[in-house]
Design a binder for this molecule. Structure first.
Ligand code: ATP
Length: 319
């Protein structure tokens, strides 16, 4: 392998830049030519590909977003689109590609692998919904942002003796809600993986309030429902009037934490080394402290196991 490309795809996440930097610098360190592809698979199809040097990834390790930009590209889901993308890579002499993104982006990488381009996936998404890695790049930062927001809400909730419903990201995976909820002492954490009873939550809030608890925070993953609807249902049951905060895209921005930068740096370099070793169609992850690769087919067909232990811990501590 002599030349590699790197792209970011799907939803952006904090730490993608640190991953791009790592791929570029590690590639150059190992004597490869490295190309950056703008706007994910869209840039592959439209040949928006440029050679990177050491300086082209300077001053980005601390930045959110992605200097390569990202896109969702329907054209790439077609066979013609995939063939065009592979042809463009070959035209530049690129024989390996690192794809930083989520589930969908991984499937795209797998298609290219079947067309003879060596591919490696890196888990770039705040949702932590990718299996065979303990954490995805961006998750740690997103959780910190939610915890920070809840700290601020708590101050004003306590002063006014109010409750709060905080809606966070996570359509299928409740990890942001789980980790942020546990870390911020939420009274209830509602995630898509665990059935819940609004009756029970509303009754518990009222009982705790009557027993002297002067604030309560309910964290809701968006996959469970809208924060507004949950607040309404609580009000109908216990008469309380929870205020609703929807954190939205704030969770995807800002400077990455050191955990995300280190994860991104380790995985970027690892992906390059695995490509040099001849692997393809694999996803890189850090599992139980070890860097591992797993077949993309396996990764995209496996649901990330839910951390029931942490969920039960949060429940025990939430009285
Ligand atoms: P996130 O979970 O953060 O949204 P993602 O990578 O899952 O990230 P998607 O929009 O699902 O985001 O995928 C990104 C791009 O990957 C798509 O726009 C498309 O170009 C490509 N892609 C997705 N699924 C496939 C597929 N089955 N085959 C080929 N390409 C795909």
């Amino acid at each position: 392998i002599k030349s590699i490309g790197v792209l970011t795809s799907g939803g952006d996440s904090q730490g993608m830049n640190a991953a791009v930097r790592s791929v570029v610098r590690s590639g150059l360190f190992h004597g490869l030519k490295v190309f950056g592809v703008q706007r994910g698979y869209y840039g592959l199809i439209h040949d928006d590909i440029r050679e990177m040097d050491l300086r082209s990834v300077g001053d980005i390790i601390q930045r959110g977003g992605t200097i390569l930009q990202t896109a969702r590209c329907l054209e790439f889901k077609t066979e013609e689109g995939q063939k065009l993308a592979a042809d463009n890579l070959r035209k530049h002499g690129i024989d390996g590609l690192v794809v930083i993104g989520g589930d969908g982006s991984y499937q795209g990488a797998n298609k290219l692998s079947k067309l003879g381009i060596k591919t490696m996936g890196l888990p770039g998404t705040i949702d932590n919904d990718i299996p065979y890695t303990d954490f995805t790049i961006g998750f740690d930062t997103a959780v910190s942002i939610v915890v920070d927001a809840i700290n601020k809400l708590r101050d004003t909730m306590s002063s006014h003796e109010r409750s709060s419903v905080v809606e966070v990201m996570g359509r299928h995976c409740g990890d942001i809600a789980l980790y942020a909820g546990l870390a911020s002492g939420a009274e209830a954490i509602m995630v898509p993986e665990v059935p819940f009873s609004i009756d029970e939550i509303a009754a518990r809030m009222k009982a705790n309030f009557d027993a002297g608890k002067r604030h309560s925070i309910i964290v809701v993953a968006e996959g469970v429902g809208k924060g507004e609807d949950i607040a309404k249902q609580i009000h109908e049951r216990n008469g309380m009037e929870p205020r609703v905060t929807v954190l939205g895209h704030i969770q995807r921005g800002g400077t990455p934490t050191h955990n995300d930068r280190i994860l991104a740096s380790s995985l970027g370099d690892f992906a390059v080394r695995r490509l040099i070793a001849g692997e393809s169609g694999k996803a890189c992850g850090k599992l139980n402290g070890e860097l591992v690769t797993t077949d993309i087919d396996t990764v995209v067909n496996t649901k990330k196991p839910f951390n029931t232990e942490l969920y039960e811990l949060a429940l025990r501590l939430s009285q």
